[in-house]
Design a protein around this ligand. Structure first.
Ligand SMILES: *[C@@H]1O[C@H](CO)[C@@H](O)[C@H](O)[C@H]1NC(C)=O
Ligand SMILES: *[C@@H]1O[C@H](CO)[C@@H](O)[C@H](O)[C@H]1NC(C)=O
Ligand SMILES: *[C@@H]1O[C@H](CO)[C@@H](O)[C@H](O)[C@H]1NC(C)=O
Ligand SMILES: *[C@@H]1O[C@H](CO)[C@@H](O)[C@H](O)[C@H]1NC(C)=O
Ligand SMILES: *[C@@H]1O[C@H](CO)[C@@H](O)[C@H](O)[C@H]1NC(C)=O
Ligand SMILES: *[C@@H]1O[C@H](CO)[C@@H](O)[C@H](O)[C@H]1NC(C)=O
Ligand SMILES: *[C@@H]1O[C@H](CO)[C@@H](O)[C@H](O)[C@H]1NC(C)=O
Length: 443
């Protein structure tokens, strides 16, 4: 408990420092072209962000997330001498994003001059009181307080474009915020994304819904947050050189019940293949399962990163929802992803992963074929020519910089490469611009 308070206060202190410097963050290092890229950070009362961090130990049903606040949301280092590896929690993407926003080179104090308005609202953290707390039955109200504030405090900022130029980050799948209004009693989730009040706002989530809506999916944060180019490059070199002695691996849980599903098929096939001694392709092992049940891997990246470095293919089956953080951990390790449905990545991360060229770095095996038609995953993978595997891995290496969130205040060399944050901002600005054009045409 004492540690939690310590982390919360520590974080609070650092964050307040950064916030107080907000006004002077417009840098011009000569290489930044800010035209059509100006962003205004909306000033929000602390109840919409920092107070939620201070309450990090107040959600008994969810658990204490105070330890993950350290290092501006990157979490604690994996070990004392680590420069790049942290125990990062998905939910902290809202903080990570906010911290990076403060060093965005094209910030403007003047909302009338801005091409977009960022709302530093920790929406998924605020959702905890509805999802796991006493306000469960009021989950249709999630967001209304914020909306009210936006209408009352400097209402001109919203009115200028009726919210079409606003964006925010929600560090959970959109599914968690799309409960239809009027469910009585409420089912899982809040109704934030169903509120007409927020239809005009661009929302960056970890997973989007199957139909086009106001949200766009951006990568889950991994545990790798390099502070400079040398550390980033040396990791990529290590990934490139890593000996892949295992053909396929799956890090996860589930699939232990008798009901047919893709995780169960993977488990059966993988466990069975382990004993097979006739292995080709230079592999020592055909398939390996890293048991991550009960969340034991969540804040312990060493458990899965090492095995991912040693595998050629990483199996990425859907779980409770189609997407998983493991997709990005795997890419980071140079492990070729194997997807079982398009909703797992192809129809999600179009800004970060090449949507029209998915076969160049990923394998797709429809889950129905595996679960109901007896298709063997390992047979499919075994038949992929080694030259093709090599080309796919080269493509993955190119994708690594695009899916990692580098550390805040990183070196200029590293800043020159677009990371997951930079690409998200580019995407949000573009999306907002085309929205504003559509609205203008409709008038
Ligand atoms: C923080 O927790 C206290 C006590 O549970 C509660 O009264 C307060 O409203 C919470 N603040 C926020 C911003 O959730
Ligand atoms: C890591 O550093 C902390 C504080 O600097 C120290 O208390 C702790 O013992 C160190 N842990 C190891 C394993 O060296
Ligand atoms: C929510 O409403 C249901 C039924 O109306 C009730 O049984 C339950 O106790 C309520 N939960 C909370 C946390 O108030
Ligand atoms: C959202 O935009 C539409 C069309 O531009 C507008 O009619 C509506 O009032 C806006 N919603 C809010 C809450 O401002
Ligand atoms: C392993 O494979 C063999 C041969 O295909 C099959 O008979 C057996 O049922 C499988 N074992 C399991 C646990 O599925
Ligand atoms: C082992 O692999 C070979 C081909 O690589 C296959 O023909 C054989 O059925 C497999 N044996 C088991 C028990 O799965
Ligand atoms: C940012 O990094 C530089 C060195 O790279 C360091 O001197 C400076 O103190 C850092 N600033 C903050 C706010 O952490």
């Amino acid at each position: 408990m004492a540690t939690c308070k310590f982390f919360a206060l520590f974080f609070f202190f650092l964050f307040s420092l950064a916030l107080s410097q907000q006004g002077s963050t417009v840098q011009s290092d000569g290489t930044v072209d800010c035209s059509n890229r100006w962003i205004h950070i909306r000033r929000l009362p602390t109840r919409f962000n920092l107070d939620l961090l201070a309450n990090c130990s107040e959600y008994p049903l969810f658990g204490d997330f105070c330890p993950y606040l350290a290092n501006h949301g990157l979490g604690q280092k994996t070990h004392n001498h680590s420069y790049s590896w942290y125990r990062t929690d998905n939910l902290m993407l809202e903080l990570i994003f906010h911290r990076r926003m403060l060093e965005y080179p094209c910030l403007t104090e003047d909302p009338n001059f801005a091409d977009a308005v960022y709302l530093p609202y920790y929406a998924a953290l605020d959702a905890l009181r509805y999802l796991y707390g006493p306000e469960y039955n009021s989950s249709a109200e999630h967001g209304l307080e914020l909306f009210e504030f936006l209408q009352e405090d400097e209402p001109g900022i919203w009115k200028r474009h009726l919210g079409h130029d606003h964006f925010l980050v929600m560090a959970r799948p959109a599914w968690d915020f799309s409960q239809p209004l009027g469910n009585e009693p409420p089912l899982w989730g809040t109704s934030f994304l169903e509120l007409p009040e927020f239809f005009n706002v661009t929302t960056l989530t970890l997973e989007s819904r199957a139909w086009p809506w106001q949200e766009q999916a951006i990568p889950y944060p991994t545990s790798f947050h390099p502070p400079n180019l040398a550390l980033s490059d040396s990791w990529i070199q290590r990934v490139q050189k890593s000996r892949r002695s295992v053909m396929a691996m799956f890090a996860g849980g589930g699939g232990v019940s008798a009901t047919p599903n893709i995780r169960r098929s993977i488990r059966i096939e993988c466990e069975n293949a382990t004993g097979n001694s006739t292995i080709s392709g230079g592999y020592v092992k055909l398939c390996e399962i890293i048991d991550c049940s009960n969340g034991i891997c969540e804040h312990d990246p060493i458990r899965f990163m090492r095995p991912m470095l040693q595998a050629s293919f990483c199996l990425q089956p859907p779980g409770e929802t189609p997407t998983r953080r493991s997709t990005f951990d795997g890419i980071l390790a140079g492990c070729i992803p194997v997807f079982f449905e398009d909703q797992s990545a192809k129809l999600q991360y179009g800004w970060h992963l090449p949507e029209n060229d998915f076969e160049s770095f990923a394998v797709f095996i429809p889950k129905e074929e595996v679960v109901f038609k007896g298709k063997k995953i390992l047979d499919v993978l075994r038949r992929i020519p080694r030259s093709r595997v090599r080309r796919m891995r080269e493509k993955i290496l190119e994708l690594i910089p695009r899916v990692l969130y580098r550390k805040h205040n990183s070196s200029h060399g590293l800043r020159a490469k677009k990371d997951a944050f930079d690409i998200s901002i580019d995407g949000a600005l573009k999306k907002i611009q085309s929205r504003l054009e559509e609205v203008a045409l409709a008038q």
